[in-house]
Design a protein. Structure first.
Ligand code: ADP
Ligand code: MG
Length: 691
């Protein structure tokens, strides 16, 4: 960037410290920032409309002669100015006006104004138009380009923003910014130069395709979004490159204990599991940290894959830690791992927040002196006071809400003199491939795209809750046939108290209506031990019907459960519903999911429910979720999941990612260009890592 563009905003005419402060609220610091501060809509002031042909609802530029200006009192004081251009008449209406303003509108003067025409009591009117009194020499103020409307902040007027961007655009024209995308690439992608794109978006010509601009799909917008996505991608690749330079303990692949474990399993791994296990085992054998994400639909068998990775660590005499987002899920893993590993002479250690002090002390001691080869728990595993003797592998389950910062922090925390631990992240919320490219460019991904044999897809139906009695009957007959069922209660405004009350009410209703069925209740406000007791009772069949809040969303495994009822399904997101549904269909039995909804159903909810009725494929569900809700919901909050983009929007631009990836690869040998692109979009202080 040229020096002028790199200067603070105060270098522009009309910007003092006070205005600069306000502009900071819009994230505008340097002149260049203005160039990337794009309008969010445009107005057409390039043509003068004939008053006679203006329709109500149109935003338009008109010009006319003042016929009459009067103050009217209709409840409040109004200034009414009637103008005519010979084709028709129009009233300008002001609620706030000064005397001098009123004086301007003398009969016979010409005025040009812009605003939205609407039907008023006395014909067409514009309330508080932008206007200009014309002198004889003035020609009507039509503009050469569409008028940009910027996302404004309090105290900075549109006119001001347009003036500032005018200044910045002049500087841009004088010394265009360096074009960082190679010519050949731009040609291939049919993308304009950076300078042209910026200029176009701030001042589009009258014939610009406004619809495209509003949708954000204009080639000039794509040009900028592309470079921004590329900047973030390159930056994440830097994170990756840096990690590859860190040492990690190489874990040897030949491990008799792994074979012993595989022999002990009552099943053989699916082809997809074998492939992913192979990818992981290769990675672990290297002397820099593995950073791998496993995506696999609910029930695809990720846990056993993680267990094999842990055994490879144990065989090389380093420790493995498995972390789950909830105690319930961590407990389930602890049980699986204990069952699997005890016969091999390995006793996993448990660590979680709710643990008794003495137990905790014991766990900590075992983790610290290395007696614990495998530790299972919640994030308590990485809190202060926990020190591993020789941590070699960290497995993070069901954690898609995890940004690059957390990934890095975790690695650093786990570092020992052996180096950094290998990292395996597992998620059952499949992320569309393009989105994963943007969010996880620092990770390798493995996909378990096959379910264990014998599983039948869950059939899903949606019914209005008026038919609740039928649904209850359905639960009754399932339970009489010795099957088990979940009854999931609505999530109310993210409030645990209300969730709990709703669950409690459903629980009472169901106990009453189904006296012959053993009903249990699990909700978020229960103590971990209570929840555990409830879940365990359900798992061993003591309870046939489990009423629960969405706490059971992740990971819980009860193969005999084949019926899932979800109340108020219309309130839940697609991915969440898919997760919940994944709790059934884990055994050989044909499973069913009933989505109950309250009428009337909105358009959005309708499409969500129909997606679930149509497919069991988590990746398809995720893709539709991305389209319907945007990436923030899929990956968690903006702060933790994805970077803040200035221009790119992943729900719109994710399809650019394959091209971004190719471009990044082609820039592999042009370190200077990469660095310049990162600097332009992310700033000097690289958001992810200093390189
Ligand atoms: P998720 O990927 O959702 O975490 P789990 O790891 O909980 O799935 O596995 C779901 C169930 O499938 C478990 O009961 C597990 O023991 C079983 N399972 C895993 N792999 C296989 C396989 N290859 N064949 C049969 N059952 C399997
Ligand atoms: Mg799981």
């Amino acid at each position: 960037m040229s020096k002028e563009l790199d200067s603070p905003l105060t270098s522009l005419a009309g910007v003092g410290p006070a205005l600069a402060k306000k502009l900071e609220k819009l994230n505008l610091y340097r002149v260049e920032d203005l160039l990337f501060f794009l309008p969010n809509r445009y107005e057409d002031r390039t043509k003068l409309h004939k008053i006679g042909s203006v329709l109500p609802g149109e935003r338009c530029l008109v010009s006319g002669e003042v016929l009459l200006a009067e103050t009217a009192y209709r409840g409040r004081r109004n200034l009414l100015v009637r103008i005519s251009d010979g084709t028709g008449q129009l009233t300008l209406r002001f609620f706030y006006f000064s005397n001098s303003q009123k004086q301007q509108f003398k009969t016979g003067v010409h005025v040009t104004c812009f605003g939205e025409a609407r039907k008023g009591s006395g014909g067409l009117e514009i309330i508080h138009p932008e206007y200009r009194i014309m002198r004889d020499t003035d020609s009507p103020a039509t503009k050469d380009s569409l008028t940009a409307i910027y996302p404004a902040t309090e105290g900075v007027q549109q006119g001001r923003l347009r003036n500032l961007t005018d200044q910045a655009l002049k500087l841009l024209a004088k010394t265009p910014p360096e074009e960082l995308l190679p010519e050949a690439l731009r040609e291939e992608l049919d993308m304009p130069s950076l300078a042209d794109a910026i200029h176009y978006l701030h001042r589009p010509p009258p014939d610009a395709d406004v619809e495209q601009l509003l949708a954000g799909t204009h080639r000039c917008q794509r040009r900028l979004a592309f470079e921004e996505l590329l900047a973030h991608y390159l930056s994440l690749q830097n994170v990756r490159a840096l990690a590859n330079k860190q040492p990690a303990p190489p874990l040897k692949k030949e491990a008799a204990i792994v074979d012993e474990f595989l022999d002990s399993l009552p099943f053989t791994l699916t082809g997809a599991q074998q492939r992913v296990v192979g990818e992981i085992r290769d990675d672990l054998a290297l002397d820099h940290p593995m950073m791998r994400l496993i995506q696999g639909d609910v029930g695809s068998g990720k846990t056993v894959v993680a267990a094999i990775a842990c055994l490879q660590a144990v065989a090389s005499c380093v420790q493995a830690a498995i972390m789950a987002p909830t105690e319930l899920l961590a407990e389930q893993h602890f049980r699986s791992f204990s069952d699997w590993f005890s016969p091999l002479g390995i006793e996993p250690v448990w660590l979680a927040g709710s643990q008794k002090a003495a137990d905790r002390r014991e766990s900590l001691a075992r983790i610290a002196d290395g007696r614990a080869a495998v530790a299972v728990g919640t994030h308590a595993l990485f809190q202060e006071g926990v020190s591993f003797d020789a941590l070699g592998l960290v497995v993070i389950d069901e954690q898609h809400r995890f940004g690059v910062h957390q990934r890095m922090a975790l690695r650093d925390k786990g570092a020992t003199e052996l180096g950094q631990p290998h990292q395996l992240v597992m998620t059952a919320t499949p992320i569309p491939r393009t989105l994963a490219m943007a969010a996880y460019a620092d990770l390798d991904t493995s996909i378990i795209d096959e379910l264990p044999p014998g599983r039948q897809p869950v059939t899903t139906i949606a019914v209005p809750d008026l038919r609740r009695d039928e649904v209850v009957q359905r639960v009754r007959s399932a339970c009489t046939e010795n099957k088990q069922a979940y009854w999931v209660c609505p999530l109310i405004e993210e409030s645990e108290v209300l969730d709990f009350e709703a669950a409690e009410a459903s629980y009472e209703m169901l106990t009453e209506q189904l006296p012959e069925v053993r009903v249990g209740l699990v909700h978020g406000r229960m103590k971990a031990a209570e929840k555990e007791r409830g879940m365990r009772a359900f798992k061993d069949g003591t309870i046939q019907l489990l009423v629960a809040t969405t706490v059971i969303e992740v990971g819980v495994d009860v193969p005999n459960a084949s019926l899932m009822i979800i109340e108020n399904a219309e309130r839940m997101g697609l991915s969440q519903l898919h997760q919940l549904r994944g709790r059934v269909g884990r055994g050989a039995e044909q499973s069913h999911c009933v989505l109950m909804y309250k009428q009337p159903l909105g358009e959005m909810a309708k499409s969500r429910l129909s997606v679930l009725r149509q497919t069991n494929d988590g990746f398809l569900v995720a893709q539709r979720d991305l389209e319907l809700r945007g990436p923030g919901e899929l990956l968690g909050t903006r702060q933790t999941g994805l970077p803040d983009y200035r221009i790119a929007d992943l729900s719109r631009d994710a399809e650019l990612m394959p091209k971004v990836q190719r471009a990044a690869n082609s820039l592999r040998d042009s370190k200077d260009v990469s660095r310049a692109i990162i600097r332009r979009w992310i700033g000097q202080a690289d958001r992810y890592v200093k390189v």
